[in-house]
Write a protein that binds this ligand. Structure first.
Ligand SMILES: [Zn+2]
Length: 382
């Protein structure tokens, strides 16, 4: 049952983009959605994680199956505002496209999920099963929102998961994991004319990172959908004066993991390299300050098959099933769900996420508000 006109659906999206939830202030988004859901007889609960950050949870229907639907409420910073063609926090329409920060990633997806739930509820749907919305904080940095949902047990009884990240008419059931690691090497400063009086802190990292490049880049381990692990040193600092032996050096690395070479194995390999280095008198410590697991569910599953069929009627062409390059909240939400779980990432949007002049196609957004309703009910009734 249509509750909203197209104009009202667009207004909801405009309101959401106007809330500057740049990896914080998600409480304002959660409160807005709570009120919107409440106006349509759906109780939603804020789950505060700090003063300005709260997850949001809401349910319609009852019993099993339980379909989890999820979207994040934070956005990335707009960057150079002057580089934008229009105010990034004021949705602006040009030639069928709606521009704004976070509109593709992923306020359009979030709005479409909420609108779909409201319209289903108004129509007395779902006749069978439950739809549970889990709107998260901090997906762009830290993924603390999805971690909190997982820790609180909100995923325990969920039978299938849909994340509305921007994919457009493509369906994803797998993505790589991600790890951020920092190495700190302690040396001893000395005049560079008498290096024997000091200990060069950069040397151990050069050797260690060289070995790590070998270990991670020259491996045959690969995943059919995701390809190979990637390992990159992305930040390197050491020394402060050209004629002094450096006392401290640090390196930070980002690693994109696959199930065949997962976060635990990467940790083991790195730890071994550090231990070997320290056995030769170096003093290197390792800090893994972010670790998200890879996700891999079967390409063909109950949700992806339905999404492909329903999606094709809107796309006007086949909707391919692929693997996603970026990490999502699924790294947390799907912990312990095994490798045969109905999971998809499927939402309105495109590849302009995090870019200047980010946009979503107006019609695609409107279509997803309907498409989601068909997907949700057909999955639950299947
Ligand atoms: Zn996103």
């Amino acid at each position: 049952m249509a509750v909203f006109t197209d104009e009202q659906k667009l207004q909801i999206l405009t309101d959401l983009v106007a809330i500057r939830s740049v990896n914080d202030h998600e409480t304002d988004v959660a409160t807005y959605l709570q009120q919107l859901l409440g106006q349509h007889d759906i109780q939603a609960q804020l789950v505060p994680l700090s003063d300005s950050r709260a997850n949001l949870i809401a349910e319609i229907g009852s019993g099993h199956p339980v379909l989890g639907v999820s979207g994040h409420m934070d956005v990335v910073a707009p960057g150079d505002v002057n580089a934008w063609s229009s105010d990034p926090f004021q949705v602006t329409a040009r030639a069928g496209k709606l521009y704004g920060r976070g509109i593709t990633d992923m306020k359009a997806g979030l709005a479409a999920l909420v609108i779909a739930m409201i319209e289903l509820h108004a129509a007395g749907q779902p006749a069978k099963g439950t739809i549970r919305l889990m709107a998260t904080v901090g997906e762009e940095v830290g993924e603390t929102g999805s971690e909190a949902f997982y820790e609180a047990g909100h995923m325990d009884d969920v039978d299938g998961l849909l994340i509305g990240e921007p994919t457009g008419y493509h369906i994803f059931s797998a993505h790589k994991g991600s790890m951020d690691v920092k190495l700190t090497s302690q040396g001893k400063a000395a005049h560079s004319s008498m290096p024997e009086l000091g200990q060069n802190a950069i040397d151990p990292l050069l050797s260690l990172l060289g070995q790590a490049n070998e270990a991670f880049r020259k491996t045959d381990r690969a995943n059919a959908a995701l390809g190979k692990l990637t390992f990159n040193t992305t930040v390197f600092n050491g020394g402060d004066q050209v004629n002094s032996i450096p006392a401290v050096a640090t390196a930070e690395m980002n690693i994109r993991t696959i199930p065949e070479f997962d976060n635990a194995t990467v940790t083991q390999v790195l730890q071994q390299l550090v231990t070997q280095e320290n056995e030769q008198g170096s003093r290197v410590t390792m800090d893994i300050y972010m670790s998200q697991s890879p996700v891999e569910e079967p390409k063909d599953n109950a949700l992806s098959d339905l999404a492909a069929t329903i999606g094709a009627t809107y796309a006007g062409e086949l909707v391919p099933k692929l693997a996603l390059p970026a990490v999502t909240d699924a790294s947390n939400l799907l912990k312990n769900k095994g490798h045969n779980y109905p999971f998809i990432v499927f939402g309105p949007g495109n590849e302009t996420a995090h870019q200047v002049d980010e946009y979503v196609d107006r019609q695609m957004y409107l279509d997803f508000t309907e498409l989601y309703q068909k997907l949700m009910t057909s999955y639950l009734e299947d």
